[in-house]
Unconditional design. Structure first.
Length: 186
């Protein structure tokens, strides 16, 4: 049984440090002759089939307009090998620099969307805008993943999870409970 721990009050504006839903991703976009990459931690799986992913992209972010105008993007999954690149991309604006060139990343043509894949990432998910009803109010885009590319190994890559203040935790350890799993429960 888990040990009960004493808890202390915590600032409500920082609860995201515990609730960030998943790994940090790099979102690549293209509109006309402009491309960009942004670091993103605010995303969530919303449906299995069709495969829907919600992303909160701030209206002040350079990628917001590119994605809004094109209606598509690629969600790229970096591993811990790209930690400094992830931070650098998050700390710069694509309005001022070409992030592919600046960070030495390779843009590859996608099969279903105009936005580029990032070759150095473990996985790439080509997305089209599925629903934009939450964009104006909450900056939440709901994308449908229309094509997925994933490296066969490692099966469980070490990914980054942001906890705020420039600190990340990593994932990659595996806890196997297949014997207890019932389909449809998780």
């Amino acid at each position: 049984m888990a040990r009960l721990r004493r808890k202390a009050d915590f600032p409500v504006h920082e609860v995201r440090r515990y609730l960030e839903p998943g790994p940090i991703v790099l979102v690549s976009s293209r509109w006309r002759d402009r491309t960009n990459i942004m670091t993103l931690g605010w995303h969530m799986v919303m449906e299995f089939s069709p495969s829907l992913v919600g992303c909160m992209i701030s209206g002040g972010n350079h990628s917001f307009r590119l994605i809004r105008d094109s209606g598509e993007c690629v969600i790229n999954l970096p591993t811990t090998a790209l930690t400094d690149t992830v931070v650098g991309i998050g700390n710069t604006s694509g309005a001022a620099i070409d992030k592919f060139e600046t960070f030495g990343l390779t843009a590859e043509a996608a099969q279903e969307v105009g936005a580029p894949l990032i070759r150095e990432c473990h996985a790439n998910f080509e997305c089209r805008l599925h629903d934009d009803t939450l964009v104006d109010r909450y900056n939440v885009f709901i994308f449908e993943v229309v094509k997925a590319h994933v490296a066969p190994t490692p099966k469980h890559p070490k990914t980054l999870h942001y906890t705020g203040g420039g600190v990340f935790v990593t994932a990659g350890g595996v806890v196997d409970r297949k014997a207890l799993f019932r389909p449809g429960m998780l």
